[in-house]
Design a protein around this ligand. Structure first.
Ligand code: HEM
Length: 156
């Protein structure tokens, strides 16, 4: 019985209350797109889970309101994005989370993201990290973890 329950949970759409349902997928930390940093240095540089939460909330809010890339985010689930992006950042920063969202290629399929959109998103992330007082060195280390994901996000 518990095996069946576990299998059902693994197959669940991973949408929490308040989120729009998504097609079922199996959660896996590898979907985060990068291996986590070692040690707790980066987690501390981002203010732990509380700091990461504030940065992600601000980052998502900025992106939805952005005059350049806001259109790409319009009509997408902001509640889910704040949760899954938090999990992804927290996992990569080794701040004690698992990532339960979709892999980067599936999440960005058919969004039509271009290189310029990606560059703009880096700017909005720099803004959110800067507002939270993350050092430039830690910002750049984190951005280098995200950089290789471009190939799964940008539409060819
Ligand atoms: C390395 C860069 C990026 C990372 C790490 C990233 C990360 C993520 C994550 C974790 C999700 C949520 C997946 C889920 O909930 O299952 C997501 C969804 C999304 N991302 Fe990104 N993203 C990146 C670049 C971009 C860019 C450049 C844009 C557009 C300018 C963008 C627009 C979106 C949108 C609209 C969604 C929601 C998709 C949906 O509702 O189905 N992302 N992204």
């Amino acid at each position: 019985m518990s095996i069946i329950l576990s299998l059902l949970l693994l197959q669940a759409p991973h949408a929490l209350p308040g989120e729009t349902a998504v097609d079922p997928y199996v959660a896996d930390n590898r979907h985060a797109g990068a291996a986590p940093f070692e040690g707790d240095g980066m987690a501390l540089a981002f203010g732990g889970q509380d700091g990461i939460r504030r940065i992600v909330d601000r980052f998502v809010t900025i992106n939805f309101a952005d005059p350049v890339i806001g259109e790409i985010f319009a009509n997408h689930d902001q509640v889910r994005l704040k949760r899954t992006l938090f999990e992804q950042f927290c996992f990569i920063l080794n701040a004690g989370c698992n990532y339960t969202g979709r892999d980067m290629a599936s999440a960005h399929k058919d969004l039509g993201v271009q290189k310029a959109d990606m560059n703009r998103l880096v700017e909005t992330l720099q803004r959110a990290m800067g507002e939270e007082g993350v050092s430039f060195q830690a910002q750049n280390r984190f951005l280098s973890k995200l950089a290789p994901m471009r190939r799964d996000v940008i539409e060819k």
